[in-house]
Design a protein around this ligand. Sequence first.
Ligand SMILES: [Zn+2]
Length: 361
Amino acid sequence: MTYRKLIRIYLIIALIIMALSIFWLSGFHDWIEQRYATTFFPVLGSALRFLFGWIPFSIGDLMYSTLGILFVYQLGLFLKGIFQKGTVWHQKLQPLNGAVLIVLFVYVYFYLFWGLNYYRRGIEFQLKLEPTTATRSELLSLNALLISRLNASKQVCLQNNDTLMTSERMFSSALEGYHTMEAKFSFIRYRYASLKPSLFGKIGNYVGFQGYYNPFTGEAQINTRIPNFVQPFVTCHEMAHQLGYASESEANFVGFLAAIHSKDKLLQYSSYLDMFLSSWNNLHAIDSVAAKELRKELHDGVKRDLRTYKEFVLQHRTFLQNWTNELYDYYLRKNRQRKGIGSYNEVTGWLIAYHKKFHVL
Ligand SMILES: [Zn+2]
């Protein structure tokens, strides 16, 4: 056995041991909250943003592409080897070693440097919120409140002819929101911005992603090919991921809180719109008549945006989206979010609890 092969085998064994340790650790939620999510991860996240934030394009996207190509190449070598005559089985399996190594490395790195945040106590614990199952009347008042906020911010934006958000403004307003929020909740501490338009924007529209956090580089990528009024909230959502709120509901809720702490009306509008859609869906599930009745109260400008958004989704609907949705749903379920993609709507309970406690929204 050559020296190189021996190192490879040792590496695989070490990574398997690390993967098993991560699995074991994930059961200790208090430990993860105190020692990982609020101690180790914030330092790591800031360091990564400091390192890669200043580079104008996404290093993480390049890294993903390279890893993807390497993986396919190794797999290709393996398949080629299978059909090659004259080679023995251990030679045929050799390229597979490389592929296994890549998969194991990605798995361990992902959980060690971000994914363990899925198992933390999170924002509900930090804000000492006590959400209960929302009643019909609670959902009605939440929806009414969000509609009034939504209509008011739309009105101001239209009056000021302020309808287009540039990436630069979106990133700086979101940052301002997080900084203002820090004055109220000191555990929110966002330093060194690392926000970038995704290099895969157009593909993203067909695959169905609006933004994503790259745990390898700490960068937040925003798909700037989606409707303009959706992008500001996606930015705030991805920034919450950067702060270690891994679950989708938490990223939505923290992102929303940051947005309403910003002075930028377009950013506020985008975030109220997202919260309204979640809350409205929850209301619709228990009282569709009341939900439809409430929807009529939306400002014409808001209705127009919702139509634009629907058209956008329909135009980009592909079989790939069903497939990626299913895959993502599985991924979320696996990561302690039993409701899968449905967990996006879990945020409604927190909105009600937050409003009860802090009397603002
Ligand atoms: Zn997310």
